[in-house]
Ligand binder design. Structure first.
Ligand code: HEC
Ligand code: HEC
Length: 252
């Protein structure tokens, strides 16, 4: 299969909407927060509000943390932030309240999950020890295996501030796994992972074309370097994070 990037994106959008309809059909009270969220928000923020390609993780949002019954979430939803990619929605007061309740529920869930780590408060970001952070960076943290304070992380402390920096440290986003697919005839194709489940793998090649195969028909190797961060999460203590944050903030 070879179809241009845009129609692949549309095909994915189609899949998303089809499964949305399915889920809505399985969830009888269509006006609950969960159903509203799946219909209107999940496409960007993820089904569990944990963030997606197009929208941030709402379970770690400061605004959500400060929200009471939709008083902060409501204005964002009703007005949007259109220049930043958040559209505006016409919803009734009760619908906004239901949505807010759902988001708060997801936040609680995310925080209770094993390996889930609560965001540190903005005030905490100043409490670390930069020297200790530097030591951890070059030593036990193994950060220096992949990063350099004068290379890729140069000026990271100006580029990303506060909670945004911490979010990237804990859960780097915007990284795309690269894939090498070996076809039955031995040819290799390199690209960016577009899709993968038990049965199919899809990639975008360097020209933006989408290709997909049954997983049984090809060999492939997926390289997702940011996975290292997920593994590291279990090892950081809160002190390590505070110290690292203090250190990273000195990289300006
Ligand atoms: C087309 C993608 C898209 C859709 C659909 C969408 N959002 Fe967003 N949303 C965004 C983006 C992008 C931002 C970040 C805007 C910014 O950086 O200020 C955002 C921000 C937010 C924020 C503010 C988070 C913060 O910490 O400042 C809330 C709350 C929110 N969205 C809730 C919702 C809800 C509820 C829905 C469904 C009714 C929804 N969004 C639908 C893209 C989307
Ligand atoms: C095995 C490799 C690897 C290790 C080890 C690693 N990282 Fe990363 N890190 C990555 C990748 C890949 C990204 C995503 C790069 C990107 O978005 O451009 C990333 C992203 C980041 C970012 C966001 C950078 C940005 O420009 O947005 C920060 C900050 C960061 N890492 C800090 C750390 C720290 C601190 C450690 C050690 C505790 C660490 N990393 C360990 C691979 C690694």
């Amino acid at each position: 299969m070879k179809i241009p990037f845009t129609s692949a994106a549309q095909a994915f959008a189609g899949v998303a909407f089809a499964s949305t309809a399915l889920l809505a059909a399985q969830t009888p009270p269509a006006n609950t927060g969960a159903a509203l969220f799946v219909q209107n928000c999940a496409f960007c923020h993820g089904r569990d509000a944990g963030g997606g390609e197009e929208g941030p993780d709402l379970t770690r949002s400061k605004l959500v943390a400060e929200d009471v019954g939709g008083d902060k979430i409501g204005p964002v939803v009703l007005n949007g932030r259109q220049e930043k990619g958040m559209p505006r929605f016409k919803l009734a007061d009760q619908e906004v309240k239901d949505l807010a309740a759902f988001i708060h529920e997801q936040k609680k869930l995310a925080e209770s999950q094993k390996g889930g780590r609560r965001g540190v408060d903005a005030a905490d970001l100043q409490t670390g020890n930069a020297e200790a952070g530097k030591k951890y960076f070059n030593g036990a943290g193994k950060c220096a295996n992949c990063h350099s304070p004068t290379g890729d992380l140069a000026a990271v402390g100006s580029r990303l501030v506060g909670l945004r920096l911490e979010q990237q440290l804990l859960y780097p986003r915007g990284t795309v796994a690269s894939v090498v697919v070996t076809l039955p005839n031995g040819n290799k194709l390199t690209g960016k992972l577009a899709f993968k489940d038990e049965f199919h793998i899809g990639i975008y090649d360097s020209n933006g074309w989408y290709h997909s195969w049954p997983v049984s028909a090809v060999k492939f190797a997926i390289d997702a370097p940011a996975d290292a961060h997920a593994e590291l999460l279990g090892q950081y203590t809160d002190d390590d994070i505070h110290n690292l944050m203090a250190y990273l903030q000195t990289l300006r």
